[in-house]
Design a binder for this molecule. Structure first.
Ligand code: MN
Length: 252
């Protein structure tokens, strides 16, 4: 069986990180374990480094920048030790707009450090500010210097087209396919840029928080939308993951 891909999951926000990592490994689900602070990265990375399928991403989430902007120093220190960065980005929603200027400072720093380091793969949050996020990516991180995966993309069709032109990928979760209007945007994304994610535990399946293997639900929905089989859709996601990962420096 071809494996599933969860390119954005907060494994350390479940009560049992070790068991979650083990489960991904057992089930063969390629999982990007994103972190919200760089302090959380070391433990995630320690567990992930013993696996074949789990990777730990070094994050500084825009929603915690108000209190934790200073942790950019630790983030910077750890960057040479990882290929994966996230969750990073911007959030212009009402709860976080107060720190928006600070978020932009931190994100600009993240992008320029990644551009300098080369070969990083970023999982990027962009709530209510897609154009600003794309402007910053365009200015600071050309595709030759790093790869961006837009997580839970919620912009317009025109913004999606622009993101694709900038080389971005999109990780799709079940919420993005929850109604026809949202799904119609996903249907317009370039097929070779689509990945899957759960954003667990922030999405749910049958009343419980999603786990990485629940991307199967998203794969099935995508397959129906694309009028193909789940197996063919799984294969498409794996192919896309492979081209993202081999895009530059080899995978470890
Ligand atoms: Mn997230």
């Amino acid at each position: 069986m071809v494996g599933l891909v969860d390119f954005h999951c907060h494994l350390d926000l479940y009560p049992d990180l070790d068991a979650q990592v083990e489960r991904c490994e057992r089930e063969g689900v390629f999982t990007l374990a994103v972190t919200t602070t760089p302090k959380a990265w070391a433990r995630n990375n320690e567990l992930a480094s013993r696996t074949k399928y789990v990777r730990a991403a070094l994050g500084l989430h825009p929603q915690v920048v108000a209190e934790r902007a200073h942790e950019i120093t630790l983030w910077e220190e750890l960057l040479p030790r990882t290929r994966y960065v996230g969750e990073v980005g911007l959030d212009a929603g009402p709860r976080f707009y107060g720190s928006f200027d600070k978020q932009k400072e931190v994100f600009a720093h993240v992008l320029s450090s990644c551009a300098r380091a080369r070969g990083k793969i970023l999982s990027v949050h962009s709530v209510r500010c897609t154009t600003t996020v794309l402007d910053m990516i365009e200015n600071s991180l050309p595709p030759s210097r790093g790869q961006v995966v837009l997580h839970w993309f919620s912009g317009t069709v025109a913004e999606a087209r622009r993101a694709a032109d900038l080389g971005c990928y999109f990780s799709i979760n079940s919420e993005m396919l929850a109604n026809e209007k949202r799904a119609s945007l996903v249907a317009k994304l370039p097929l070779d840029r689509i990945l899957t994610e759960t954003d667990g535990p922030f999405t749910s399946v049958g009343g419980r928080p999603s786990r990485p293997s629940d991307v199967a639900v998203t794969v099935a929905k995508l397959a129906a939308m694309l009028r193909t089989s789940s197996d063919a859709c799984t294969q498409l996601i794996i192919t896309n993951l492979r081209s993202l990962i081999v895009s530059e420096a080899g995978e470890h």
